[in-house]
Design a protein around this ligand. Sequence first.
Ligand code: DGT
Ligand code: CA
Ligand code: CA
Length: 573
Amino acid sequence: MPIHNADIAAIFEQVADLLEIEGANPFRVRAYRNAARTVGEFGQELAALVAAGQELPHLPGIGDDLAGKIREIATTGRLTLLERLRGELPPALTELLEVPGLGPKRVKALHEALGVDTVEQLRAAAEAGRIREVPGFGPKTEQRILEHLRGPGEPERRLLLAVARQYAEALAAHLRATPGVQQVEVAGSYRRRKETVGDLDILVTAADAAPVMGRFTAYDEVREVLSQGPTRASVVLASGLQVDLRVVEPASFGAALHYFTGSKAHNIAIRKRGQARGLKINEYGVFRGKDRIAGETEQSVFAAVDLPWIPPELREDRGEIEWAARAPLPRLIERADLRGDLHCHSRASDGHATLQELAAAARAAGLEYLAITEHSQRLTVARGLGTERLLKQCEEIDALNARLDGIVLLKGIEVDILEDGRLDLPDDVLSQLDLVIGAVHSHFDLPPARQLKRLLRAIDHPHFTLLAHPGCREINKRPLLDIDWLRLVRHARQRGCFLELNAQPKRLDLTDVHARMAKEEGVLVAINSDAHAVHDLDDLDYGIGQARRGWLTAEDVLNTRPLPELRKLLGNG
Ligand code: DGT
Ligand code: CA
Ligand code: CA
């Protein structure tokens, strides 16, 4: 059974959680967390390299010991260390770790307060309302734990787009290698670049469907075949991901691609438009009576209802059809439009690369400028910088800029926004920087009015430039901040500050909806990698996907500006 990078990462995350609960050395815990992140986001499948008998590439933060563990997981699908740790801890703990929103620290505290060891004792405590009485926990947590223990019926699990991509690309390559196959497209929410996908929808054109169906169901990751007919099948992969396959003839390709790309709401609206013109539209084509008048390309399907081709990212029935009917659609931003990245971390805080390595990688990625924005002192787990280390880094950046060609490093900071909205470093230090990114890393649960006030106060700070990951969400783990978004966006506009669209696959924050709100309110958005290692710069691509879903053009994005113009916008030109 093939092992994907995401599987290795998940095992490392679990090890880190269990080690943290055991009270292991924090450096060891952090090493596993960093390894999980590095492996999970690495672009090449490590298990495939191991299987091919190749050396593992040199990955930041992964020494011989971790490399050995990667090989163990890649070859056996398991990790002895994880199994040992599981065996050592009470089952109630392992169960609690799987409850969304509960990290190891809180799990440990809860476990100690309740004195429960088995899952049954945990259930009894939750049902008796004892969890809400533990200091720091409330009825909401209790509810989440109960929902988790009830098992199925819990909300469906949606995979991160970046994780789904690993499965999708491997399977698409497998199908492309079938004799007689012409086109293979992954449609559905994946093609619309939605931040998470429920399942994969793959479309294949081939003169003869049978060999494709055979090769699909025989794919070695298939755990279960849910249904199978002559031209369609659904399977569940070992990862739990469902995949729907359709084989169509080339004359229907465009219609089928349009249909399976969705969204459903968009499809329904297009079909209605067809009906108004006396046309029937389905996955086989566009029909007037019995005649197929379009369907070979998507373009032909749209043209049949008097529309230009609409990019998949916009197909959510959020006004794209009405817009396209009356005016050209905006030219959505592309990766090549980005000239810089305004958020990254070096070894000085919790990153893995040196300033020089980051600069070289950014230049290689086609960027002209890169802001170095370490964490600030309050974030001790990330070795945040205080005044002295920050000013020293500024000197290093000046010296490096004097030597660098083709890339300019900007001096910044990702300063912590404290609980009351003050910033974690003094004014006279912040005033020396090219830009000040502010970010919330604690107290996510403040009541909405207080949370908003906190953010507005931070934005009001004279040196504040850019609000990082404004919603503070982690997909499937931590919800968006519960605040009045329109007020936040309008305040940013008044203050002339900017909002980040953080491109990390697990964040993608601003959301598509809020990115569009920023555009409509006239606030420029910065699409940033928040890189902690050089390969994280690749994540900019996910940020672009999300920005396109938010209707953003190059004009709407801060870091498409040439450096002199950027400096003016930052107020230091
Ligand atoms: P997901 O999988 O939950 O992330 O989202 P989608 O959009 O990939 O949804 P999925 O896999 O259920 O269906 C794929 C596409 O098929 C969907 O985007 C539009 C099309 N589709 C599915 N059901 C219907 C339907 O009842 N009516 C129409 N018009 N289209 C449908
Ligand atoms: Ca789907
Ligand atoms: Ca589907």
